[in-house]
Ligand binder design. Structure first.
Ligand SMILES: *Cc1c(COP(=O)(O)O)cnc(C)c1O
Length: 234
């Protein structure tokens, strides 16, 4: 079910106000934090809503769903893959997405590079890091990140824009907050270390969702990924 555009604008205004408030608290310019509309499980009309509002990108977590949805709309917007990607779907992902945020292994990097080269394109990617040491989450371990970046930088058809992470949930709200603070600080520190060590800017820090976006903004997030708060429950 697609919500009415007016309802979507109310919800999006409210999230943008939260981002703006977090930016004021962190002495940051709100223009430096993008709101990525997560349209997974919602129809192509959700993508049209996002574009009409002026959002610049949408996030999908399944390759096949994103490919089908993209074929159903002519809306010009950036399509980002934010869900786990298996190497056997790398070809499809490279062809139909504008950026892949969930790159977490050297094997996947190699598959994406080959696929992007076959398409004749340079594919932007983010390296997904399990910065909160969550056993339930995908993403490369913090200690494996330098080797992963080194591998990525050697590939001609990929461009590494930065890093992405998802904070683990805690058993209580206070624990969830503590996990988010630790996870986002880890990712920020890792980005700063890698950028210096490899002399590459890594400008994008994709971190923060509805419940923890203020913590993410304080830690330097450049992109918060929000679905339910914009489009309703799945
Ligand atoms: C689904 C998803 C989101 C958004 O989650 P909501 O709870 O719908 O806001 C953000 N990031 C990733 C990686 C996701 O898969």
């Amino acid at each position: 079910m697609l919500l009415a555009y007016e309802e979507f604008t109310r919800r999006t205004d409210a999230i943008r106000a939260q981002i703006a408030a977090a930016c004021i608290g962190a002495r940051r310019d709100p223009a430096t934090v993008e709101l990525l509309a997560v349209t997974k499980t919602h129809p192509a009309g959700a993508v049209d809503h996002a574009a009409r509002y002026g959002l610049r990108g949408v996030g999908e977590n399944r390759v096949q769903e994103g490919v089908e949805k993209r074929a159903q709309t002519t809306t010009a917007i950036r399509w980002e893959l934010i869900g786990h990607l298996q190497s056997n779907k790398a070809k499809l992902a490279a062809r139909h997405f504008d950026r892949v945020q969930s790159v977490d292994s050297a094997k996947l990097l190699a598959h994406l590079d080959r696929a992007a080269a076959e398409c004749g394109k340079t594919l932007p990617v983010l390296l997904q890091i399990n910065a909160g040491d969550d056993p339930a989450k995908f993403g490369a371990d913090l200690t494996d990140a330098p080797a992963l970046l080194e591998a990525a930088l050697a590939l001609k058809a990929l461009r590494v824009d930065g890093l992405m992470t998802i904070a683990p949930l805690g058993a209580t709200p206070a624990e969830t907050t503590a996990h988010a603070e630790r996870t986002f600080a880890n990712l920020r520190t890792l980005r700063d270390d890698l950028a210096a060590r490899f002399a590459t800017p890594l400008p994008e820090l994709s971190m923060g969702m509805t419940g923890d976006l203020a913590i993410a903004v304080a830690a330097g997030s450049t992109m918060v990924r929000v679905g339910t708060a914009l489009f309703g429950s799945r």
